[in-house]
Design a protein around this ligand. Structure first.
Ligand code: PEP
Length: 253
C-alpha cells in the first residue's frame, strides 16, 4: 500500500528565524503511521532546518538542482550538495521553474542525475488554464512524463520517482481543482505509467496533488484512489495550516 506523503514547498519564503521555527515546530510532531512528511526549504536553510529536524522522521528536499556533478554553474546547486545537507528528495519541474525556461528535456536530465545520486525526484507536471480549456490536459501531461522519465528503467530507480500533478491554474490562486478533476488526471497518470512501465511499477508510484491545498479541502483530495499525498506551497508556511493538512492525511493513513 502506498503511504501518504505531505510535502511542503516553501519556495523563496521565510527568513532564517522563521525557517528554524517551522522546522522545530514540526519536529515536535509524531509523523503518523502510514504517512511521510517532507519539507523543502530554500537552499540556504536546508542545513539549519536539517539541524532542527535531526532525529525525527521528517524528510528534507531541495526545490531544484542542476544536472551536472560540479563545475562552472554560477548560482546552481548539485545533487551531491543536496545529499551533503541531508536531503533525501528533490522537487523537479515545478511550473515556476518551467516558466523560467526549464524544458522537459532538461528536467529529464535532472531526474536521471537525482536518481544516480540516490535522491528521490518529485516530478511536477501540470497544464495551464488555456491547455485545459483546449482539452489538451492529458496530452500536455503525457509529454511532460515522457520527457521527464525518458528511458529510465527499474534498475535506474524509476520505481522511486514521485509524480506531483499540479495544475498551473490552481497553484497559489486559491482555485483548487475539484477532487474529481484531480483524480481524473491522477488516474490518467497512473494509466500512462502502467502502459509504459508496467502495472507493478504504476501501482507503486506515489502521485501527489498540488494547487491551493489546505486543511479545508485536503481530506476530499487525499481520499481519491489515485492521490497519495499533497505538494503544498502557501499552506506549508504556517505551522498550524500545515499541521491541519497532516491531520487530514492521518484520517486516511
Ligand atoms: C506549489 O507551489 O507547489 C503549490 C501547490 O502551491 P500552493 O499550495 O500555494 O498552491
Amino acid at each position: 500500500m502506498r503511504s501518504i506523503l505531505i510535502a511542503g514547498n516553501w519556495k523563496m519564503n521565510t527568513h532564517l528565524k522563521e525557517a528554524r521555527a517551522l522546522g522545530s515546530g514540526l519536529a515536535k510532531i509524531q509523523v503518523p503511521q502510514g504517512m511521510e512528511v517532507l519539507l523543502a526549504p530554500p537552499f540556504p536553510y536546508l542545513y539549519p532546518v536539517g539541524e532542527e529536524i535531526k532525529g525525527t522522521s521528517l524528510l528534507l528536499a531541495g526545490q531544484n538542482m542542476n544536472p551536472a556533478d560540479e563545475g562552472a554553474q554560477t548560482g546552481e546547486v548539485s545533487a551531491g550538495m543536496l545529499k551533503d545537507l541531508g536531503a533525501s528528495h528533490v522537487i523537479l519541474g515545478h511550473s515556476e521553474c518551467r516558466a523560467r525556461g526549464e524544458s522537459s528535456e532538461l528536467i529529464g536530465e535532472k531526474l536521471a542525475q537525482a536518481l544516480k545520486h540516490d535522491l528521490v525526484p518529485i516530478l511536477c507536471v501540470g497544464e495551464s488554464l488555456e491547455e485545459r480549456q483546449a482539452d489538451q490536459t492529458i496530452q500536455v501531461i503525457e509529454d511532460q512524463l515522457k520527457l521527464g522519465l525518458g528511458d529510465l528503467t527499474h534498475a535506474q530507480g524509476l520505481d522511486r520517482v514521485i509524480i506531483a500533478y499540479e495544475p498551473i491554474w490552481a497553484i497559489g490562486t486559491g482555485q483548487v481543482a475539484s477532487p474529481q478533476e484531480a483524480e481524473e488526471v491522477a488516474r490518467d497518470i497512473r494509466a500512462y505509467l502502467a502502459k509504459n512501465y508496467g502495472q507493478d511499477l504504476a501501482e507503486k508510484i506515489q502521485i501527489l496533488y498540488g494547487g491551493s491545498m489546505k486543511g479545508e479541502n485536503a481530506y476530499e483530495l487525499l481520499s481519491q484512489d489515485n492521490i497519495d499525498g499533497g505538494l503544498i506551497g502557501g499552506a506549508s508556511l504556517k505551522l498550524e495550516s500545515f499541521l491541519e493538512i497532516i491531520e487530514e492525511g492521518e484520517k486516511l493513513a
